[in-house]
Design a protein around this ligand. Structure first.
Ligand SMILES: NC(=O)c1ccc[n+]([C@@H]2O[C@H](COP(=O)([O-])OP(=O)(O)OC[C@H]3O[C@@H](n4cnc5c(N)ncnc54)[C@H](O)[C@@H]3O)[C@@H](O)[C@H]2O)c1
Length: 361
């Protein structure tokens, strides 16, 4: 099998994880890396054998780079994606697609008709439990989805969201694409769209920002959403659990003829429907450590599975990438409405028309 030459722009928390992941893949070879912080570029270049650059344009001019991973603070995505398209590269752009809708729409315009692959990095779609659950939903066993509940609770070593995790200061700044309502919650806005095939029509959000937070960042949120299918969504996100509290990431999907429970950390799922009960034991019998299993392992690693899909299925075999640029734009539209609802304290409507209600509210 031919290995695709990959370059990575941005070598912070996520870019380094991509570099590590490509190091264990057969379909991809890391040929170039870039960070404006030259020490970071030198360090990853030295460890991987890739060429190191401080200027992303120089990396894009490197002919060995066929596909590029953009792992930058989101407010830089438009400029870099534009230059990558100019040079005919395949692109995996991290989520969120941009920090605001104007840049997101500009990326969508640039991508329209482009004859190379562009994918958005919604890694959660590639967790094996989500893939299995999505396959069951698509197979129709659950009927029409009417209710989605999700939670994401981090047992963080950090005292405050965005401190001590190694991310840049953009990570807590909503105007740059950061903050939990956008940078973290967006994975779940995307998952809800992907599972249900429906669009959000309204969101109502409560959040909590500790008065003594050194970053001024929200640390927890709850969302109540309505979809154009008539389904309702309940989602909560807590990014700073007290020390030693267990992390917890679950999803429940309820349909007219069945339901699924997914534990995203243990990769465990249970589906109950008219066809019977399907259980996937997940990590119960593998003994894999969690961070390893979540991102890198051959069977369970979501980042590894994401990159194998992007490089293998899309770049090498020609499949149209999902999550697409449009998925990136739609999820950001939800995130913008979420932030707006939290800022104003009222429900915020999105573009689509609601389906006629089956019964009055
Ligand atoms: N898919 C996921 O699960 C996931 C997880 C974490 C982060 N992300 C995404 O990955 C992206 C990066 O996040 P992060 O946490 O790694 O951020 P980070 O702040 O840790 O890293 C960003 C890096 O970009 C570099 N940089 C800034 N300006 C640059 C420029 N002009 N040229 C070259 N390098 C430049 C910085 O020096 C830094 O090393 C974001 O879009 C984020 O939302 C995705």
């Amino acid at each position: 099998m031919r290995a695709i030459g990959v370059g990575i722009i941005g070598l912070g928390w996520m870019g380094k994880l991509h570099a590590k992941t490509i190091g264990v893949m057969r379909e991809a070879a890391l040929v170039a890396v870039c960070d404006s912080d030259t020490a970071a570029a030198e360090q990853v270049a030295g460890a991987s054998g890739a060429r190191g650059y401080a200027d992303y344009r120089a990396l894009l001019d490197d002919d060995a780079v066929e596909a590029v991973i953009v792992a930058l603070p989101p407010y830089l995505n438009l400029e870099v994606v534009r230059e990558a398209i100019r040079r005919g590269k395949h692109i995996l752009c991290e989520k969120p697609i941009a920090h605001d809708l104007s840049d997101a729409y500009a990326i969508r315009d640039l991508a329209s008709g482009y004859d190379r692959k562009i994918m958005i990095g919604f890694t959660e779609r590639f967790s094996i439990a989500n893939e299995d659950a999505h396959r069951i939903v698509q197979g129709g066993a659950l009927g029409r989805l009417t209710f989605v509940r999700a939670n994401c609770r981090w047992a963080s070593k950090e005292k405050t969201f965005g401190t001590g995790g190694g991310h840049g200061s953009w990570f807590t700044d909503p105007s740059l694409g950061g903050g939990i309502l956008t940078a973290v919650g967006i994975h779940y806005y995307d998952l809800v769209r992907w599972y249900t095939g429906a669009e959000f029509v309204e969101v109502y959000v409560a959040a909590h920002r500790p008065p003594d937070s050194p970053t001024g960042s929200e640390e927890m949120m709850t969302l109540l959403g309505h979809l154009d299918s008539g389904a309702i969504v309940l989602f909560d996100l807590v990014t700073t659990l007290p020390k030693r509290s267990p992390s917890d990431r679950r999803l429940e999907l309820v349909g007219t003829t069945g339901s699924i429970y997914v534990d995203q950390l243990q990769h465990f799922l249970m589906a109950v429907s008219e066809h019977g009960i399907e259980v996937t034991p997940g990590l119960a019998d593998t003994g894999l450590a969690l961070p390893e299993s979540m991102y890198l392992s051959e069977e369970f690693g979501s980042v590894r599975r994401e990159l194998e899909y992007f490089v293998g299925n899309c770049v090498l075999d020609g499949a149209e990438p999902h999550p697409s640029v449009d998925d990136g734009v739609r999820a950001l539209e939800v995130a913008v409405a979420v932030v707006h609802s939290w800022e104003t304290g009222v429900p915020v409507a999105l573009g689509a028309e609601p389906a006629p209600a089956e019964s009055p509210r």
